[in-house]
Write a protein that binds this ligand. Structure first.
Ligand SMILES: Cc1cc2nc3c(=O)[nH]c(=O)nc-3n(C[C@H](O)[C@H](O)[C@H](O)COP(=O)(O)O)c2cc1C
Length: 246
């Protein structure tokens, strides 16, 4: 017996354990399946991202050693090539096989429930706003144009580096993409997927000599409003600021 109590988090862990005689989720629930890729209307503004630059090279072991969460950013933009490299490292397609588009980061059941958005503050050649990463086309779709720095800082519990960052990555989860397969246990995998994605971003930012800081402290509803997602079928999961450092 422990004194951890029976709060919702503890109950979640206990009720979603796999045991030999019970793979969780009793009574068995059935969920419809969400499409593998998010589609925006055809008239959405789109930008094609440049190919990942040949000159992006780094020593993996040095990157692991050097990676730190950095929060003091210079007032200087990122290039589109740098942003493309960061996006590719997080969710770029690295292998196409039959109907699967395998990505730079693993995903439970190759279901890829995590969507990537970037709040663009300062990227050369890209208007400020919330852009959605279109995985298949390796492009960006403008979902909420404008300068959202003030709102993002407020949504992030007043963490000011969310406003001085050149871009803020924002990850959401589309629950039905994995609930149909893993039922309630899917939520564990959703956060594990997001963690792996953020770590690739962090290492890629380190390789490009950029600063990066993950952010788990935010008002969910405020972030979801910026992304224009409903907070039920698709929920905010995790943020990471990226900017130039001295
Ligand atoms: C899930 C998660 C949430 C985090 N949330 C925040 C945050 O809201 N604000 C912040 O400044 N740092 C945040 N961090 C960064 C941690 O503070 C940082 O990783 C930790 O201090 C260790 O430092 P290092 O990353 O430089 O090794 C978060 C890190 C993780 C993994």
């Amino acid at each position: 017996m422990t004194d951890l109590g029976a709060g919702i988090g503890i109950r979640y862990l206990l009720e979603t354990r796999y045991d030999r005689d019970d793979l969780g989720g009793q009574p068995r629930e059935h969920f419809s399946r969400a499409p593998a890729f998010k589609e925006y209307p055809p008239d959405t503004r789109r930008v094609k991202l440049p190919a990942v630059a040949e000159q992006f090279k780094a020593d993996f072991w040095a990157l692991v050693k050097e990676r730190r969460s950095l929060r003091d950013y210079l007032d200087r933009p990122l290039s589109l090539v740098e942003l493309a490299g960061l996006l590719w490292a997080t969710q770029g397609v690295t292998l196409t096989y039959r109907n699967f588009a395998f990505r730079a980061v693993p995903s439970a059941g190759a279901l890829y429930p995590v969507e990537t958005y970037v709040a663009v503050h300062q990227v050369t050649g890209l208007d400020p706003g919330i852009w959605h990463f279109q995985v298949r086309e390796f492009g960006l779709e403008l979902v909420n144009p404008g300068d959202w720095r003030r709102e993002l800082v407020a949504a992030g519990l007043n963490q000011s580096f969310l406003g001085t960052a050149a871009v803020v990555f924002i990850w959401s989860g589309i629950l039905r993409r994995s609930l149909w397969k893993y039922r309630q246990r899917a939520i564990r995998y959703l956060f594990l997927d997001a963690g792996q994605i953020c770590q690739n971003l962090h290492l890629a930012a380190t390789a490009l000599e950029l600063g990066c800081c993950p952010v788990g402290a935010f008002f969910d509803g405020e972030v979801e409003r910026l992304l224009q997602i409903d907070g039920q079928e698709e929920v905010a999961l995790y943020l990471a600021a990226v900017g130039r450092v001295g």
